[in-house]
Design a protein around this ligand. Sequence first.
Ligand SMILES: [Zn+2]
Length: 231
Amino acid sequence: MQKKYVPLVVFLAALLVLAAHLGARAALSASTFALAQERDEEKRIYLTFDDGPSTVVTGRILDTLAQEGVKATFFIVSDRVPGREETLRRIVREGHTVGIHSATHVYSQIYASDEALLADIERCAACISRVTGVTPRVYRFPGGGTAERERQSALLAKRGLRVVRWNAVCGDEETPGAPAQALVEESIRTAGGRRTVVLLLHDSAPHRATAEALPAIIAHFRAQGYDFCAY
Ligand SMILES: [Zn+2]
């Protein structure tokens, strides 16, 4: 090779190395993108328990969640906390999320006005903070809310609260006294094979059947490849 061509060859070789490097980077980011997409399509279930804490039912549910290594979200009624502070602390200690449901769960009071709604939420949040030291960030409207709920959700978002609804139910409130097996079947039926399921359950005192149904509900969704998530 003539000496004058050497710089040109070196330059071309450097270009080749650079092109290969960029190509590899592009391939890598394409595969990262594919991975992110795959993750988006993963199946997720959020187990959400409303209306507690209660002594026996919440305790049994926490036992099952601990045995199964599953985290859940508890939307609590703070008027039900006195005498059950330890149960509320246990929810937090075992890594679950505590959300605001209400202070009273009395619809006529809560939904009397925006001010009444905010006061109810404030009371429940203060109880959670006082007992557990945690500032709650998620909220569930008692009874699912009123026709005003979209406007009120925006109001709550400004205060740093995320409103959590549901898209599947176990039927423990809809069918009082339903046996555990019926609650398992209703959970599966209403989940309808969605990739993201937010399942509504209740851990207030009457709902022993819900605690009884929980191991089979977890087993079903686990077998279907769902990850269990908390807010
Ligand atoms: Zn409720």
